[in-house]
Design a protein around this ligand. Structure first.
Ligand code: NAP
Length: 235
C-alpha cells in the first residue's frame, strides 16, 4: 500500500476518493483549502501557492513517507458569459484547475522517480469533451488538464509512472448542488437525470471506484487515458 495525496479531499469527489483509498489500505493525506477536521492526515494548502504545497508535502513525507499516489481533485467552477468574464476570474479558474495540478504534480514527482513507481489521476470534467456555455475559463482549464495528462503519460511512462484523467459528469457534490441552487445548470436536476442514459445522478463513490482501480498495481498498463465517469452522457 502507498502514501496517497488527494487534493480537494475536503469535499465531494475528493473526499470520497480519500475515504476509498483509506479503506483500501493506503496512507492517505488530504490537501485542501478547508481540510476536514475529522480526517487523520489533513493539511491546509491552496494548490495555487507552491510554497504552501511544498510545506504540506514535506509534512506528509515526515509522517507517512514518500508519496506514491497523487489524485488532483481540487477544483473551482465559474459561470459567466464570456463577454462579461473578467481576466481575474479567468486567471483564478485556470490557476486552481490547471496551474494547481502543475504545482502538486511537480512537487510529488521526485518521490515517484526515486521509487520508479507512481500513479497520478487528474479529475478533469466532461465539459472538456462537450463544451459548456458560460464556463469558458473552466472548460479551457479542464481541456488543458486532459492535454497535460497525455503529455505527462508519454514523458513519465518510461519512469514507471502512469498518468490518467477522469472527467466526471453530473456528480452529486456541493459544487453541483450550489450551481443547481443558483439556476446555473440550464435545466432542473430531474431534467438532467432524464437525459442521462443510466437515469441517475452520479455519486462521488462512482469516481472513487474508478480512481481506486487506476492507482492500483494492476492498472499499470493504463496511461494517458481520459476515462469518463458520466452515466453515458458525453460519450
Ligand atoms: P467540491 O465539492 O467543491 O470540492 C472541491 C474541493 O476542492 C473543495 O474542498 C474545495 O475547497 C477544494 N479547493 C478549491 N480550490 C482549492 C485550492 N485552490 N486549493 C486547495 N483546494 C481547493 O467539488 P466536486 O464536485 O467534488 O469537484 C471535485 C473535482 O471534480 C473538481 O476538480 C471539479 O472541477 C470536478 N468536476 C466535478 C463535477 C461534478 O459534477 N460535481 C463535474 C465535472 C468536474 P473549498 O470548498 O474550501 O473551496
Amino acid at each position: 500500500m502507498k502514501t496517497a495525496v488527494v487534493t480537494g479531499g475536503g469535499s465531494g469527489i475528493g473526499r470520497a476518493i480519500a475515504e476509498r483509498l483509506d479503506a483500501d489500505g493506503h496512507h492517505v493525506a488530504v490537501l485542501d483549502l478547508n481540510p476536514p477536521p475529522d480526517a487523520d492526515f489533513a493539511y491546509q494548502a491552496d494548490v495555487t501557492d507552491r510554497a504552501q504545497v511544498d510545506i504540506a508535502l514535506t509534512a506528509v513525507r515526515e509522517r507517512l513517507g514518500p508519496i506514491g499516489v497523487l489524485v488532483n481533485a481540487a477544483g473551482l467552477d465559474g459561470f459567466k458569459r464570456f463577454t462579461d468574464l473578467s481576466f481575474e476570474s479567468w486567471q483564478r479558474v485556470i490557476d486552481v484547475n490547471l496551474n494547481g495540478v502543475f504545482h502538486c504534480t511537480q512537487a510529488v514527482l521526485p518521490d515517484m522517480i526515486e521509487a520508479k513507481w507512481g500513479r497520478i489521476v487528474n479529475i478533469s470534467s466532461s465539459s472538456a469533451h462537450s463544451g459548456q456555455q458560460y464556463m469558458a475559463h473552466y472548460v479551457a482549464a479542464k481541456s488543458g488538464l486532459n492535454g497535460l495528462t497525455k503529455a505527462l503519460a508519454l514523458e513519465l511512462g518510461p519512469l514507471g509512472i502512469t498518468v490518467n484523467a477522469v472527467p466526471p459528469g453530473f456528480i452529486d457534490t456541493p459544487m453541483l448542488r450550489k450551481a443547481a441552487e443558483r439556476g446555473l445548470l440550464g435545466d432542473s436536476l430531474d431534467h438532467h437525470i432524464e437525459q442521462t442514459p443510466v437515469r441517475r445522478i452520479g455519486r462521488p463513490e462512482d469516481l472513487a471506484a474508478t480512481c481506486a482501480f487506476l492507482v492500483s498495481e494492476e492498472a499499470g498498463y493504463i496511461t494517458g487515458q481520459i476515462i469518463g465517469v458520466n452515466g453515458g452522457r458525453n460519450t
